[in-house]
Design a binder for this molecule. Sequence first.
Ligand code: GDP
Ligand code: MN
Length: 398
Amino acid sequence: MNIHEYQAKRLLAKYGVPVPRGNVAYTPHEAVDAAKDLGGPVYVVKSQIHAGGRGAGRFQNNPDGKGGVRICKSIDEVRDNAEEMLGQVLVTKQTGEQGKEVNRLYVEEGADIKRELYLALLIDRATSRVTIMASTEGGMEIEEVAARTPEKILREIIDPATGVMPYHARKIAFGLGFEGKQIGTFVKFLSSLYKAFLELDASLVEINPLIVTGDGSILPLDAKMNFDDNALFRQKEVVEMRDLDEEDPAEIEASQHELNYIKLDGNIGCMVNGAGLAMATMDIIKLYGGEPANFLDVGGGANKERVVAAFKIILSDKNVEGILVNIFGGIVRCDVIAEAIVAAAQEVELHVPLVVRLEGTNVEMGKKILEESGLTIIAADNLADGAEKVVKATREAA
Ligand code: GDP
Ligand code: MN
């Protein structure tokens, strides 16, 4: 799960990380009030969307205009810029062409930037440990730094038994060019950040840029946080920050039916039971030259209602041009799945080829239900056969 920049800053502040003062605004009027509270002389009005690259982004209605982060020198300018941005679609490198509508702004006090650095904590999958990443090349995308000047990225892997030790923090501090009093300040900054990361079950905290101001203070100018979905049950405060407007409607619908659905970019919809089988199904579709449109695990205890919902979600994706159902009936019975497929196909008016591979408990009953349904279903005998058939049928239908 992701949250907005202003929410991340609010959480970090609770852990003792110093953050610039600011307030969220949903209307130009609220933006003006927020700015009056801050008192100036410089305000920054920042679009709040779940995507980075806002500063360099452009609004769809005014591609030659300014980006999603505006520096303002008066209350009037704050009002004008808030009016320009709210309700408009911001396109950045990370949003894709369709962009994201800006419905919230963060009005922050302006900072006197001397240096822009990069600092992140993330879970490194290779070592299964929290890793600190830092760079003197802040303000630009870290992927770009990694591609052009990989030697400028510092990494420290943290042993979970010890947590961040002062020597880790000092090493990074020296690498970032901090001197004197700043070293101690940074050590404290990093340990607060690490504590927030652990206690909030974050999977990523990215500060880009981390700035050094004219008077030598160290401040996060931007903050991005991602959280481990499996830990949300114990993160009430984080869950309350969820902004459903930022999430894929199909994924929200899926989570309401306890379906694990992730939308992808391909054209072959998949409905599978079991996460491992779902991964294998996606792999084998690719092996036969197709592109999966989604990951979908209907779960071991899938009932008819859930399968119908799953079908509708798959078909709500306009890119889907063929569907592969791959069910191994263990706990979930093949006849129940077959009934659900028939019910769903009738309800949603199936207009794309459907390949079904059923195996396991009550498979014969399931196959009979499908045969007698009058639906055009391509039966498959095994996983490879199913993948090959769906790729072929999708191509021919297109
Ligand atoms: P992003 O583009 O989505 O990553 O948004 P950021 O919060 O990182 O802002 C983009 C850029 O705007 C930063 O890298 C800064 O250069 C600039 N910026 C943001 N806040 C201020 C500020 O208070 N003062 C100044 N001078 N520049 C700012
Ligand atoms: Mn940034």
